[in-house]
Design a protein around this ligand. Structure first.
Ligand code: EPU
Length: 346
């Protein structure tokens, strides 16, 4: 356990917003977590768990004790005939894990390449891209209850995964509620990679790559390379231009609402979902309202993907939030649809 005071957080959030943690503690093992909880000066203070910092907007200095989870390690837990189970420490870099699996001959995470953030944050968000969501490759996770110090294991059903959602995004509103936000610290996550491997294609961008390359039966490595190229072409690199990926979720509407919108907006991009609902491309809605390239102060809308808000240099969290609200208002006024932000405003 390693404790520091007045720690600059600019390098710890992918938006690159300038803010400080009054106190930051780095935890590298379950024992470190238990040591923190046994420390009378820190056990009961409010805490904020920081993973890779790729899904937060900092609007000022962080007063709760910031916990930086740096638990390392990747190992194969079980290499059976029907699946390989791989376990990774919550502090591992997500993309590093994807690369490790492919380097060791285990396929299944390639569609999730280049998603910024840590392994520990991946189930919180139920990260997803190009037809695969974390829940499709999830086995179980171990977490520590910050109130009691007890370590426990959760299955996929217990994580209550939804689209960019899980039990870890919901605060326990009242006694008996299952929300674990701010309550559970994820220490390690296990992934199930089914055998035989089946490629997940079918996304327009991927189909296009297959066509361009003249490859009809791609290897996991080829898909990994294509995903990296697709993402690099349309999403800004947080190391160069601060951002938190998609800023809003793609909203879901009923088929009737969708028919109504199509009648007014024939070019709208939408995807029918297996449960009968329809998902609308939030990027298209924002783009249609003319937001691409616009700014509030130093916070801007990325010019190649309107769903991504960026820090053009020195943006404050307040500017990001003001821009996000203005976008929500204009999308609501034109389409009657409320956009829900993905990142957590701190
Ligand atoms: N579009 C526009 N204008 C824009 C942006 C998008 O017209 O400025 C249209 C595109 O033409 C496309 C459609 O909207 O037809 C969808 O765009 P895209 O393929 O870029 O995907 P998305 O729905 O915007 C989602 C995820 C991404 C994920 C991609 C690929 C969400 C909120 N975002 O984006 O995830 O990488 O699909 O699967 O679900 C993230 O969550 O941070 C993220 C990057």
């Amino acid at each position: 356990m390693f404790v520091e005071q007045n720690v600059p957080l600019q390098a710890h959030n992918s938006f690159g917003i300038v803010a400080k943690a009054r106190e930051l503690v780095r935890l590298r093992s379950s024992e470190d977590v238990r040591a923190l909880l046994a420390d009378p000066a820190r056990a009961a203070v409010p805490k904020f768990i920081l993973g890779g910092g790729s899904n937060i907007v900092l609007t000022g200095d962080v007063k709760p004790l910031v916990i930086k989870v740096e638990i390392p390690g990747i190992r194969v837990v079980d290499d059976g005939t029907r699946a390989t189970v791989i376990e990774a420490g919550a502090g591992e870099n997500w993309h590093g894990l994807v690369r490790w699996t492919l380097d060791h001959g285990f396929a299944g995470l390639e569609n999730l390449a280049l998603i910024p953030g840590s392994v520990g944050a991946s189930p919180v968000q139920n990260i997803g891209a190009y037809g695969v969501e974390l829940q499709d490759r999830f086995e179980s996770l171990d977490a520590i209850d910050l109130a009691t110090g007890r370590e426990f294991t959760l299955t996929a059903a217990q994580c209550a995964f939804g689209y960019r959602d899980s039990v870890f995004k919901h605060a326990p509103a009242k006694e008996g509620d299952l929300g674990l936000s701010g309550r559970a610290l994820i220490v390690r996550v296990r992934f199930r990679l089914p055998k035989p491997w089946k490629p997940v294609l079918g996304y327009l961008d991927l189909e296009r790559k297959m066509h361009e390359c003249g490859v009809h039966e791609p290897t996991p490595r080829q898909i990994f390379d294509w995903i990296c190229a697709i993402r690099q072409a349309k999403l800004p690199d947080p190391a160069v231009l601060g951002n938190a990926g998609s800023f809003f979720k793609n909203p879901t509407v009923t088929p009737d609402q969708c028919t109504d919108i199509i009648a007014r907006e024939p070019n709208i991009v939408y995807y029918p979902m297996p449960d009968g609902s329809v998902k609308l491309a939030a990027g298209w809605l924002i783009d249609a309202c003319g937001w691409k390239g616009k700014s509030v102060g130093q916070a801007g809308v990325y010019d190649k993907q309107a769903l991504v808000l960026v820090n053009r240099g020195g943006a404050t969290g307040g500017e990001v939030v003001t821009l996000a609200r203005a976008i929500q208002t204009s999308v609501y006024e034109r389409f009657g649809i409320r956009l829900e932000p993905e990142p957590v405003v701190v």
